[in-house]
Design a binder for this molecule. Structure first.
Ligand code: ACO
Length: 334
């Protein structure tokens, strides 16, 4: 976890304000306490201050009192945020009554704080579904200029060095966009290459995965991956990428050499781009469980401000690590 320690040290140099909307959730509170103690981000918790203090006492969390706490029912900017929400969503049919209700929802409140410049990033999802975390982020914070789809990358750390760069690989999309078109898949490949370079510090070698290697099978699903590979090369001519490749041809040198002898990626990939969310999500979870890999993420890519989503099965250290990544994204370090 050397790269996480480096990220924490970097985040300390330019501390950012990270909002944790699930302010009463046990793992979130314990993570917040650790982050404040380690001092690599300023923490904002959403929730009733008395209830948070009570929980912090229960778990002996002595640093929580240094967090900024925003009570969704009662704070100075309630009207301002309601107005901002109306400005952003009136054209989509949002009524004043709905906006007044939504602004009390910690997940909406957090994104409105980010949009208003009152927080720099968000980590949530310990108790809310991915869809519920992402919807307000998409509606309020939106994507970076030039990016149409947000996707989620997982940094996979395997217990041995056999695959990727010394056992490290990046998988995408494992979290967000169910059924990308060829051009959306190309965009996902390009931004995952950037995430790999900036967050993990690896030079990306991207494999566009399929059930076919270089024409071994014919199907419209294969055609999509072939087209996405072509478009990704057009979007970023410097990116090292190849497809379509089967998973074994992508990561096992001998099989890559046999099935795709002319490929500079086959057998050497350290970034695996899956054809859709079904395969990406299933594969990252299988590798995490069956190969005992550490899965860090999803690191959301393409959002205009860093908002990252946790798995509901996350541990305290998963939250701490994701806040370290988010703080670095907010500081523009990665
Ligand atoms: N990137 C950017 N914006 C998006 C994306 C995307 N990938 N998807 C939807 N949007 C935008 C839409 O343009 C729309 O914006 P608008 O309202 O301003 O026009 C807004 O988000 C809502 O769009 P809908 O199509 O109504 O989206 P919906 O709410 O139905 O779904 C969602 C979006 C929630 C992300 C959906 O795609 C989803 O549920 N994805 C799967 C998430 C998931 O369950 N992942 C697996 C678990 S994660 C894990 O295991 C760690």
């Amino acid at each position: 976890m050397e790269f996480i320690n480096k990220l924490k040290a970097k985040a300390k140099e330019n501390k950012k304000r990270i909002v944790l909307p699930e302010g009463l959730e046990e793992r979130t509170l314990k993570a917040a306490d650790t982050i404040i103690k380690e001092g690599f981000a300023d923490i904002i918790l959403i929730g009733n201050p008395d209830a948070i203090a009570k929980e912090a006492d229960k778990f002996n969390l002595s640093h929580i009192q240094q967090a900024k706490i925003i009570d969704p029912q009662n704070h100075d900017k309630k009207e301002q945020y309601t107005q901002l929400l109306m400005d952003l969503r009136k054209s989509k049919g949002l009524t004043q009554e709905q906006a007044e209700k939504l602004v009390l929802n910690p997940l909406y409140l957090s994104t409105l704080m980010i949009k208003s410049g009152d927080a720099d990033g968000e980590v949530a999802g310990a108790e809310n579904s991915t869809g519920d975390v992402l919807r307000p982020a998409f509606q309020i914070v939106k994507t970076l200029p030039g990016i149409k789809v947000v996707s989620g990358a997982f940094i996979m750390i395997l217990p041995d060095n056999e695959f990727g760069d010394n056992g490290m690989l990046v998988f995408a999309d494992g979290a967000v966009h169910p059924n990308p078109t060829a051009s959306e898949l190309a965009e996902i490949a390009v931004v995952t290459g950037r995430t790999t370079k900036s967050i993990v510090g690896m030079e990306p070698r991207v494999a566009m995965l399929s059930f076919s290697t270089k024409g071994s099978a014919k199907h419209e699903m294969v055609d999509k991956v072939v087209e996405a590979t072509r478009l990704a090369k057009e979007m970023d001519p410097h990116l090292k990428i190849d497809g379509e490749l089967q998973a074994d041809a992508a990561i096992v040198e001998a099989i890559g050499a046999k099935k795709a002898p002319d490929s500079e990626i086959a057998g050497k990939a350290n970034v695996l781009v899956f054809p859709n969310l079904e395969t990406g999500n299933i594969c990252y979870k299988l590798v995490q469980r069956m190969a005992h890999a550490e899965a860090i993420g999803p690191v959301l890519q393409g959002m205009a401000a860093p908002i990252n989503d946790l798995s509901r099965g996350c541990s305290v250290s998963d939250i701490v690590n994701l806040v370290a990544i988010t703080a670095n994204q907010a500081a523009g370090n990665v």
